[in-house]
Design a protein around this ligand. Structure first.
Ligand SMILES: Cc1ncc(COP(=O)(O)O)c(C=O)c1O
Length: 387
């Protein structure tokens, strides 16, 4: 059978390989996927169950049910202060992922270029390729500067083929946030070169130490050229419900709605009813406190390991650890850690070629397991050094 070149050029996910391998061990502490261990709050579950019992389980409009789009538009106004018409500017999607994919399908023609900042959420790279486009990668993270966008570097990669820039803050995999000055530079360049910005803010509410999340939508003229991507997955622990949304200019949203018919027809309908309930409740502050305790526990134990370094995550539930002093490739590190200590993490090379000397730890397990994993990583490193 002929498998398309488009499919063949997409490598299998390294994150999933580690996740699948981790399943071979009964006692594994799996810190690979970005899937919170907390459950969906009861009131949201009830709303989904009610929708199923009331037979609200048929196809919806391609854009999603009107009431859910109204709930999104109200939220967008309240949180981002952007006017968002439920009929023109919103589409409900199968997770944030489908929102990203439909946005790229709507923007990218063959050979068009999309700028990504590395380390990146690896699906951006593959989705751009799946749309026939060319990802153009700018490295923008190191331990000293954190995540910082160099305006000159960004401007230097823009060509006639550039159509869009994808940004993600709070950021997977670094746990860092893109500062206001960097957002300003990106917005100035996007305005100057008439580029669309896809702003992936699925971790917006997972932010620590009283820090404020800034969105590029706060900046001049950005609402007219930004596609905002958000999701219920992380904020409400609903990864398996598969519901997200995009909000943006009518031109692009109407294209996404049209394409939705050919991709999924509509997002999960009971989940759309659950969204209405989710946006009426205030989220779970207890969850943020718990993530913060886990982060602090990891930071405390791993800070004593002098052979590695990292920045304290400001948001998300990821820690990105520089293992370059150990002189071992991150993939080898991850597989050996799994075999020896039954702890699963993701090699940094999954997030960009330049990050092969990092690992990503997702603190998505309870604090006892996080503590055990941190001590396991510490011991593994000291055994590596002694080899
Ligand atoms: C940066 C980023 N964006 C988007 C997503 C998509 O999440 P979902 O499709 O579950 O909403 C993820 C999932 O891990 C992510 O890390």
């Amino acid at each position: 059978m002929n498998i398309s070149k488009r499919s063949l050029c997409i490598p299998p996910s390294l994150t999933r390989s580690l996740f699948n391998k981790a399943k071979e061990y009964d006692d594994v502490i799996d810190l690979t996927l970005g899937d919170p261990d907390f459950n969906t709050p009861d009131d949201i579950k009830e709303a989904g169950i009610r929708a199923i019992k009331e037979n609200k389980s048929h196809y919806s409009m391609n854009a999603g049910i009107y009431e859910a789009r109204c709930a999104v538009s109200e939220r967008v106004k309240n949180v981002w202060n952007v006017d968002c018409c439920p009929d023109k500017n919103v589409i409900l999607t199968v997770g944030g992922m489908e929102a990203l994919y439909l946005a790229l399908l709507s923007l990218v023609d063959a050979e068009d270029e999309v700028i990504l900042f590395a380390p990146y959420y690896v699906n951006y790279m593959h989705m751009v390729r799946m749309c026939g486009g060319k990802p153009v990668v700018i490295d923008c993270y190191d331990i000293i500067s954190g995540l910082s966008i160099d305006a000159k570097k960004l401007e230097s990669v823009i060509t006639e083929k550039t159509v869009a820039i994808i940004i993600n803050s709070p950021n997977n995999p670094t746990g860092d946030i893109i500062g206001y000055e960097s957002l300003k530079s990106i917005s100035e360049i996007a305005n100057k070169y008439d580029l669309t910005v896809i702003s992936d803010e699925v971790y917006r509410t997972l932010i620590y130490d009283g820090l404020k999340h800034h969105s590029i939508l706060e900046l001049d003229n950005m609402a007219e050229r930004t596609i905002l991507i958000d999701s219920l997955s992380k904020e409400f622990c609903m990864t398996g419900w598969r519901l997200g949304f995009a909000c943006g200019p009518e031109e692009v949203i109407s294209s996404m709605i049209k394409l939705q018919e050919n991709v999924a027809a509509c997002a999960n309908v009971p989940a759309q009813y659950a969204l209405i309930q989710a946006y009426m409740s205030n989220g779970d502050n207890n969850m943020i406190t718990k993530f913060c305790q886990r982060r602090d526990c990891l930071v405390k134990i791993l800070s004593e390991v002098t052979a590695i370094c990292f920045n304290v995550p400001k948001g998300t539930f990821y820690m990105f650890v520089d293992i370059s002093r150990l002189n071992i490739d991150s993939e080898e590190f991850a597989y050996r850690l799994l075999e020896k200590k039954h702890i699963a993490v993701v090699p940094g090379k999954a997030y960009g070629e330049s990050y092969g000397r990092y690992i990503r730890i997702a603190f998505t397990k309870d604090i006892e397991q996080i503590k055990k994993a941190a001590y396991g990583i510490r011991d593994f490193i000291s055994e590596l050094i002694d080899e």
